[in-house]
Design a protein. Structure first.
Length: 402
């Protein structure tokens, strides 16, 4: 059983566990899982008040009392209600073993501090879109949970010695926070916790989910999903600076880009747009060229989601950013997904009950070709970046219909 505080994280965990999975969007009304399926629940709690986020964790824990292995996805940049949710997740457990490193993204933990490409998290720009300062340590993010650090040299002594340290930390009434720099380090953490049994719950990044998957998962072959001819809608709701280059590659390959100004998205109704062309590719984004007012991001995402869900044709969807993905699916009344494969790290391809493709991806993941790779996986005839035409200036007919 796995929990996550946003949809892109839940989908990432579902793919990395290497088990057939059901991704549920309601911790109370979880659809019946098939035999051998992992259940991954999106708590949709990242932006809730702390008490409500903790309540969502408790609700999910109570709904699956027979689960033998618990894993909770934590943002590798420590965003969200990390401490409040960790305290709730620890209730009834012998200990919560935390490892938030994500080596594949250049995020490691040394001395209990997250480093992003070699820079301590609190000194990097990774929290530029947040309204508060980044925590200076993993223990600080987990507060008020009582923790104790497990340094890298102990992690690298092997699972048996590490399990002994985890047991000793738990005996002092504290919860271990493990340093890690490599996937091998995360493998040791997962193996040590599993040796200690279900009283030891795991909390960490997608890197820890991958380590858990290497221990308990099976090779789940990617499912071939034929092109149904539906329109394809890419909703780029992330504020990450690399999104502009990703959109440009799709435009060069022939996608139609609709960039909406923030003022257009603040109303209660969706922005009226032309119908999506059958088989066509459309990118919907927020025009941030004039700057986005502090605190307005969630309102803009809600407006973007209303606009995307109102478009007819039941398009296949590519959704970036966990908040964007969840709001679009909520507006479209989609309550469960079944992952069928991972296109690249963090870009998870799922199917709805009626066969629509939905790809979710954290906003901070992926290089300049990320959107192109995702869309090419769904639409194999998409021109490659090297053979695609260069994007032209938008014509007067592009954009929002008056």
């Amino acid at each position: 059983m796995a929990l996550a505080d946003d949809l892109s994280g839940a989908a990432e965990a579902a793919a990395l566990l290497r088990l057939p999975a059901l991704l549920a969007l309601d911790p109370v009304q979880v659809p019946p899982a098939r035999d051998g399926e992992a259940v991954v629940v999106d708590l949709d709690s990242r932006h809730l008040p702390a008490a409500a986020a903790a309540g969502a964790v408790r609700t999910a824990l109570a709904a699956r009392p027979g689960a033998t292995t618990w894993y909770k996805k934590c943002d590798s940049l420590l965003r969200g209600n990390v401490g409040a949710e960790a305290v709730a997740f620890a209730e009834g457990a012998r200990a919560v073993v935390t490892a938030v490193a994500l080596p594949v993204a250049g995020r490691v933990v040394r001395g209990g501090v997250v480093h992003v490409d070699g820079v301590p998290l609190h000194g990097s720009g990774a929290w530029r879109a947040e309204e508060r300062a980044a925590p200076r340590s993993v223990a600080g993010a987990l507060a008020p949970l009582l923790t104790a650090g497990v340094p890298l040299d102990v992690v690298r002594q092997g699972p048996r010695a590490l399990a002994d340290r985890l047991t000793a930390v738990a005996a002092r009434g504290r919860h271990p926070v493990c340093d890690a720099e490599t996937d091998a380090d995360l493998d040791a953490v997962a193996e040590a916790a599993l040796r200690l049994g279900p009283g030891y719950r795991l909390l960490g990044s997608g890197g820890l989910a991958a380590a858990l998957g290497r221990r308990v998962g099976t090779a789940v072959p990617a499912q071939h999903v034929p092109d149904t001819g539906r329109p394809l809608l890419v909703v780029a709701g992330s504020a990450e600076p690399g999104i502009v280059a990703q959109i440009a590659q799709l435009e060069a390959a022939g996608a139609h880009h609709v960039s909406l100004k923030p003022d257009e998205l603040t109303g209660a109704l969706p922005v009226p747009l032309p119908p999506l062309p059958p088989g066509g590719i459309t990118v919907l984004s927020v025009d941030g060229s004039g700057g986005i007012r502090s605190g307005a991001a969630r309102h803009l995402v809600a407006g973007l989601a209303r606009t995307a869900a109102a478009l007819p044709g039941e398009p296949d969807l590519v959704l970036t950013g966990g908040e964007t993905a969840r709001r679009v699916l909520d507006a479209a009344q989609i309550t469960a997904l079944r992952p069928v494969g991972e296109i690249h790290h963090g870009a998870v391809h799922s199917l709805t009950a009626d066969g629509r493709s939905v790809v979710t991806r954290p906003g901070s993941f992926g290089g300049p070709d990320s959107f192109h790779r995702i869309v090419a996986a769904l639409r194999p005839r998409l021109p490659s970046p090297s053979s695609a035409r260069r994007p032209t200036a938008p014509s007067p007919s592009q954009g929002v219909t008056p």
